[in-house]
Write a protein that binds this ligand. Structure first.
Ligand SMILES: Cc1ncc(COP(=O)(O)O)c(C=O)c1O
Length: 376
């Protein structure tokens, strides 16, 4: 459907486009920073969900990837990209025995330590132990130390759970993660201190802590240079963040900037009125970050930003509205193609089967969104 070499403006709309130059710029910036800071990068694959993108990130220097879900980990594990000691860390807790069986099965079929999982309670630890012991394998785990969602309270409660894991059959304790959320610098510093202090308390209890993970796109510099953090786990930097970028919910913190590499190509199908044009990309192909955010941060025409008032989405229509007498509106015509920069990259990617990778205005590759819809 998207022949290689075809000019972008000839593609059938709506479709999801990745500008390879901007994508590479984002990778160079993140991995250049990480090399200098001496911190590992474990990108969060819930953002991009495509094995091809994971592969490019691993090539750029990622030590592995994080996934939110067991199902995402399953797809990426079986895509055969995790060579050598590269691994996957599942960041969401699992409370279902059937899912634990799948997780433990990864160790049986693909070797131990390829897929690590996060735990935050004794029940989960016991459930994993029972399944791993039955199969005769060891499941590698980290503790999620909470900064407001799942997880264990920082300090002694995390130490107590680490002790339990260390003395339970069938488990290997690898470390902790304390995702601090995309917060301003000062808050990130406070949360990083809690994470690192807790890791040190576990060490003082005689337990080795190899992984101390935290950090998002918005805090990659603050957290990536915090002493004691061994790896950062940003996701949306791949598709850009900043005043003109995707991210999620278009929330910009700490002046972080990456280029908006991800766009939805759409076409004007209604142009009868001076105050608006209507395009063929609606809610089914693009999502906003939250109720307060516009679904599109930018609208581009021939690669250049268009001045508009707002973009409103209904199921199959995207309506761009303009101020009275807008010069930008006057330049638009029926049938013209435009690009939306979605305000929430993660949920937008999850709405597509494929990402069309573009170089110099032409299709260079079509990357399947391999872990699309893996919600389990
Ligand atoms: C546990 C965890 N780590 C990392 C991230 C990555 O955040 P970002 O996409 O802002 O880089 C997320 C995002 O929700 C997350 O839940």
């Amino acid at each position: 459907m998207y022949p290689i070499g075809k000019p972008v403006e000839e593609l059938r709309t709506p479709c999801l486009i990745l500008d390879l130059d901007m994508f590479q710029w984002n990778l160079d910036k993140m991995f250049g920073f990480a090399r200098e800071a001496g911190v590992n990068v474990r990108p969060h694959a819930k953002t991009f969900k495509a094995a091809a993108i994971c592969s490019r990130l691993l090539e750029a220097g990622a030590i592995g990837v994080m996934t939110q879900k067991l199902g995402e980990a399953e797809v990426l594990l079986h895509s055969g990209i995790l060579h050598g000691d590269r691994n996957i860390l599942i960041s969401q807790e699992i409370s279902d025995p059937g899912k634990i069986e799948t997780l433990v099965g990864f160790n049986v079929a693909m070797g131990e330590g390829k897929v690590l999982t996060s735990v935050d309670c004794a029940e989960e630890v016991e459930m994993i132990s029972e399944a791993a012991s039955r199969w005769g394998v060891e499941q590698h785990v980290v503790i999620e130390m909470t900064h407001g969602r799942c997880g264990v309270a920082p300090g002694q409660p995390t130490v107590d759970l680490a002790k339990k894991i260390a003395s339970t059959r069938g488990l290997v304790f690898r470390g902790i993660y304390g995702y601090e959320n995309p917060v301003p610098r000062e808050t990130a510093l406070e949360r990083n201190k809690m994470t690192v202090d807790t890791a040190n308390m576990i060490r003082e209890a005689g337990i080795e802590v190899e992984i101390v993970s935290a950090g998002s796109t918005g805090t990659y510099e603050v957290t990536g240079t915090y002493p004691g953090i061994t790896e950062i786990e940003p996701g949306s930097f791949v598709f850009g963040v900043g005043a003109e970028g995707t991210g999620y919910g278009w929330r910009v913190v700490n002046d972080v900037y990456f280029k908006p590499s991800l766009t939805v190509l759409t076409q004007i199908i209604g142009a009868n009125f001076d105050d608006r044009v209507v395009t063929d990309a609606g809610l089914k192909v693009m999502s906003g970050g939250d109720r307060r955010s516009d679904p599109a941060v930018l609208v581009k025409v021939d690669g250049e930003p268009l001045e508009f008032e707002r973009v409103g989405l209904s199921e199959e229509h995207g309506t761009i509205t303009f101020k009275e007498g807008s010069e930008a509106r006057k330049k638009l015509r029926w049938g013209q193609k435009l690009e939306f920069v979605p305000s929430h990259c993660c949920t937008t990617v999850n709405q597509h089967d494929e990402i069309v990778a573009v170089k110099d205005g032409r299709v260079a590759a079509v990357w399947p969104v391999t872990a699309r819809g893996k919600y389990y």
